[in-house]
Design a binder for this molecule. Structure first.
Ligand SMILES: N[C@@H](CCC[C@H](N)C(=O)O)C(=O)O
Length: 281
């Protein structure tokens, strides 16, 4: 079977996008997606994203496999790419604004194409209780803010935030000095995180400008993570380190993130670009 695809990237976080509107099950298995993501033997990507028919009152459904074949609940950079891909499939005029209601495993997420080509996403409310992350770092109905976690013979103070998918945030003096390849896998598979974890190391340059590096669950070191940037802003607000709106600088470029606190949703604005089209098989 031949499957058409378009490769997209959002700040260098790259995805193979597949038009799956004809059926409710993804056209590829997790094992096939893992092969497609291989950077030597496949197309090469951090994940494969499928646009499926909507459910309930939504326009479409998004499903995603990480490059290791696991299925996360949400992907921030991916949903910006998905919005651009849908506009392309629907043949919408370039530069026009549109928004879509997208069903995901993290709930309904609403990306909006802006006239300047950027995509602004209502990412929903952050979930802060230990049982929602999930983590054993506090009692189930408590938040996890600045809790000690031993990794690699060091004690780290971590704050945990779920944006539908789990994130563990650590504020450090110098983010460039972090040995991501060594620490990332140890955080990801730590017994305190029963569903593994995405890990962000963050340096606060100013209250409105933070630098972060990320080790993603199921994908390793990536150039950007949209849900991660949202979780970082929330952790920065919870620990009084940053303003309610800030630029989060990632290795692949900046994202604008805003959260008014409490039960308000988090907003993320950033780019998404097509790279090339092709077919599998
Ligand atoms: N890169 C993504 C997050 C993708 C999912 C993540 N690896 C997980 O397993 O939760 C983003 O931009 O949010």
């Amino acid at each position: 079977m031949t499957v058409e695809f378009t490769k997209y990237q959002g700040l260098g976080n790259d995805f193979v996008l597949i038009d799956n509107r004809q059926q409710a099950e993804p056209l590829l298995t997790p094992e096939q997606a893992q092969k497609v993501c291989d950077r030597n033997f496949g197309v090469g990507a951090d994940g494969v994203i499928f646009v499926l028919p909507g459910q309930g009152d939504t326009d479409y459904t998004m499903r995603i496999y990480n490059s290791d074949g696991s299925e996360p609940e949400m992907c921030g950079n991916g949903i910006r790419c998905l919005a651009r891909f849908i506009a392309e499939l629907e043949d919408k005029a370039a530069g026009a604004s549109h928004s879509y209601r997208i069903h995901t495993l993290a709930g309904v997420i609403v990306p909006e194409l802006l006239p300047d080509g950027q995509v602004k996403v209502n990412m929903g409310q952050p979930r802060l209780l230990a049982e929602q992350i999930p983590t054993t770092l506090n009692s189930p109905e408590e938040q996890v803010v600045q809790r000690p976690l031993a990794v690699n013979d060091q004690n780290w103070l971590v704050t945990c935030v779920s944006m539908g998918n789990p994130h563990c945030i650590t504020f450090v003096e110098d983010v460039a000095s972090i040995h991501l390849e060594k620490l990332g896998p140890q955080f990801e598979t730590h017994s305190a995180f029963p569903q593994r974890i995405n890990t962000e190391f963050v340096e606060v340059v100013r209250p409105d400008y933070l630098k972060m590096r990320v080790w993603e669950r199921g994908a390793g070191s990536t150039l950007a993570c949209g849900t991660g940037a949202c979780a970082v802003l929330v952790a920065g607000v919870l620990t009084a380190r940053c303003q309610s709106a800030a630029t989060i600088e990632l290795p692949g470029g900046p994202l604008e993130i805003a959260w008014a606190g409490g039960e308000e949703p988090v907003y993320m604005t950033g780019p998404a670009e097509p790279v090339f089209t092709g077919h599998l098989g």
